[in-house]
Design a protein around this ligand. Structure first.
Ligand code: HEM
Length: 449
């Protein structure tokens, strides 16, 4: 690879460092790891991004409106941070946990007294998992209402739905690992549902639990899924997802004929921002954005028709915000972990069904449905249909307009389904007690986390 000397690109400008720091940064060992010098010019910063694998995840420049919290509510980023926390704490827990029915429960008890920060780490892991389900679901809802699943982001929406399913898979497989009554019975209820899948249900259930009932084989399979298969799948999908966010560009509001954004109001009459002038010229090609494909000499850019620049550098503007959000997320998780401990009921007992045998809150809506309809309908057809509609949504909804006032039908239908899902979840979580009887949550609480 030909190494570009950034100093030559920007005559007269050198590294921002002085003295010893500058000498270290000019040394061979340093330059073998960091190929660029840190130069405080637009080109220097661009080069820095191009040659750094972490910075390269981000575009060099982003439209100003992306800095606005309202743009994405940072939900996708928060989900990624939670995944990072789950990985780190999960690895710690792996050091002290054996997926065996003889020792798993004891390992959980041992976390309290025999492992440094064991219980705290378990709490952080558990709370991050709950929050991740919530945040990923909210992210989906945000993307829907913003119409950000429309061209050219259809495929990224599909990847997103898969990420949601994987996230739920993580929670479901992780739930069994403590091997307590809560774990055993929630997973027994869940895996029994698989039986109702038409044609292959029995085989699928056998494959999942590895025997006539939840036992050692199930624990081992769930463990392998939880610590190896699902993390790899999620990491792979997430890489594609974030790559596509980068390539598809940040969504702008779009009418049926073109794109526009808030920045349009700040610009001098007649001058279009860079992204939008190209996007307006060929919306199908650019989807409301432009890409920075390379660094070129200043002379090669035609000055005459240069549009008003509505972009800012990702570093520091967006990155600083991301660091703040990441720290905030970590603080919330830590706060919850200190205040509320992860539950551990009695040792799993296949002969003693707890009352009520409740699923965690994110499956409580499904359990509520199951109490009302045939298992095939409530456990397979309705959730399966919902997932299928979600996956196909960008291809069913062909309306290119993203403005709420021009998507009344889609928004009304989605809001109705969302309201039903939320109501079922609230009823299942707070208003159900022994025998799945209706109870007032202020008299007795049977919430399972
Ligand atoms: C593990 C779960 C997920 C992670 C970590 C994740 C991460 C991200 C990140 C970091 C972004 C960039 C902007 C933002 O923060 O919104 C993003 C955008 C996006 N996500 Fe996700 N996401 C996940 C799940 C989903 C789901 C469930 C969907 C929808 C079904 C989805 C659809 C999208 C789309 C379409 C965009 C582009 C939106 C835009 O440009 O405004 N993602 N995601």
């Amino acid at each position: 690879m030909v190494e570009i000397d950034p100093n030559k690109l920007e005559p007269g400008r050198t590294s921002v460092d002085h003295g010893l720091t500058a000498r270290i940064k000019r040394s061979d060992p340093w330059r073998s790891a960091f190929r660029h010098a840190q130069i405080d010019t637009p080109r220097g910063r661009a080069l820095q991004s191009f040659s750094n694998v972490f910075l390269h995840v981000y575009p060099v420049k982003i439209p100003k409106r992306v800095l606005n919290l309202r743009y994405s509510l940072r939900l996708g980023f928060i989900a990624a941070v939670l995944f990072g926390i789950l990985l780190v704490t999960g690895i710690y827990l792996m050091f002290v946990y054996t997926p065996s029915v003889g020792s798993a429960y004891g390992d959980m008890q041992n976390l309290k007294t025999g492992v440094g920060f064991g219980q705290l780490i378990r709490n952080v892991h558990r709370w991050s998992a709950h929050l991740m389900v919530l945040v990923v679901a909210l992210h989906l809802v945000r993307v829907f209402y913003a119409g950000a699943y429309k061209k050219p982001r259809e495929f990224n929406w599909v990847i997103g739905v898969m990420l949601l399913l994987i996230t739920l898979g993580f929670s479901f497989t992780g739930y069994l690992l403590p091997w307590d009554q809560l774990a055993y019975w929630a997973v027994t209820v869940g895996t029994n549902l698989v039986h109702y899948v038409p044609l292959v249900g029995g085989r699928l259930q056998d494959l999942l639990i590895g025997g006539p009932q939840v036992g050692q084989n199930t624990l081992l399979r769930f463990y392998a899924l939880h610590v190896a298969v699902l993390p790899m799948l999620l990491a792979l999908m997430l890489t594609v997802h974030i790559w596509r966010v980068r390539k598809d560009g940040f969504a702008v509001e779009r009418t049926s004929v073109g794109t526009f954004s808030e920045a349009a109001t700040e610009r001098p009459a007649g001058a279009a921002p860079a992204a939008e002038s190209m996007a307006l010229a060929a919306p199908e090609l650019y989807g409301g954005r432009v890409r920075l494909l390379g660094v070129v000499d200043r002379e090669s850019i035609t000055e005459a028709a240069r549009p008003v620049d509505d972009t800012v550098f990702t570093w520091p503007h967006l990155l600083v915000r991301h660091v703040v959000v990441a720290l905030g997320t970590a603080a919330v998780v830590l706060g919850l972990a200190v205040l509320f401990s992860a539950p551990l009921r009695g040792l799993a007992n296949p002969n003693l069904t707890p009352e009520p045998a409740k699923a965690p809150w994110y499956f409580a809506g499904l359990q509520e449905l199951l109490s009302r309809f045939d298992p095939l309908v409530a456990g397979i057809l309705l959730p399966g249909g919902a997932v299928l509609v979600l996956l196909l949504l960008p291809y069913i909804d062909r309306n290119p307009d993203t403005r709420a006032s021009h998507r009344k039908v889609a928004i009304a239908l989605f809001s109705l389904l969302l309201a039903i899902a939320v109501i079922l979840t609230v009823i299942g979580t707070f208003f159900r007690g022994p025998g799945w009887q209706f109870i007032a949550p202020w008299t007795h609480s049977y919430i399972e986390f």
